[in-house]
Design a protein. Structure first.
Length: 198
């Protein structure tokens, strides 16, 4: 059963990417090296590679590869990936405003008002007789360990910024693997500028 989402900011012209659990999203495949991520992302836009914050000392060094869409000068990254020295690409985050749309069995996951997404996820679960997963913040989403829903403030609305993940070195679950930068709500876009959530 497909659900129609209300168009949100940035939906016009948004690319659509496929998601395959434990495999990858769009042109990005879990396990890729930094160089392979940069090469795959060249068709999407400009990339910037930097060291990721070291939230847990048990993890091997990690790089962050940010991909900005062509023609969106000055915009936040459309996609942010995290690549571990030990296991390669393990996390792909889609920006709520500029990121590609990714569907989960007909449910759009990117840039949704989190309360609307929760409504659709619960309706889907009831229709398919499956479960939903709740984030620690209380937002419902697909019962898929490879999809971790995060919030991104966009104006007055908290919109969905999904992370597509596999466990990284030294972690038992995707939640344990989450990069430190993804724990906090992300910089959101408001009319007339950007702001950070407190």
């Amino acid at each position: 059963m497909a659900f129609k989402a209300e168009a949100g900011p940035g939906d016009a012209g948004r690319e659509e990417w496929s998601y395959a659990p434990t495999v990858g999203v769009g042109p990005l495949r879990f396990g890729m090296t930094v160089d392979e991520v940069v090469e795959a992302a060249e068709t999407l836009g400009r990339t910037k590679v930097s060291d990721a914050a070291r939230g847990h000392t048990i993890f091997s060094p990690t790089w962050k590869v940010e991909v900005r869409s062509r023609g969106a000068a000055g915009s936040p990254p459309a996609v942010t990936t995290y690549v571990s020295q030990a296991v390669g690409l393990f996390c792909i985050a889609a920006d709520a405003v500029y990121g590609p749309q990714v569907m989960y069995d007909g449910i759009p996951l990117v840039g949704r008002d989190l309360s609307e997404l929760e409504h659709d996820a619960i309706a889907y679960a009831e229709t398919k007789d499956v479960y939903v997963r709740y984030t620690p913040e209380g937002h419902a989403g697909p019962d898929d360990p490879g999809v971790v829903l995060r919030g991104q403030p966009v104006g007055p609305v908290l919109r969905s910024r999904p992370l597509f993940m596999v466990p990284r070195d030294g972690a038992h679950t995707e939640w344990d693997s989450m990069p430190a930068e993804e724990y906090r709500p992300h910089v959101g876009t408001q009319a007339g500028g950007t702001h950070s959530a407190p």
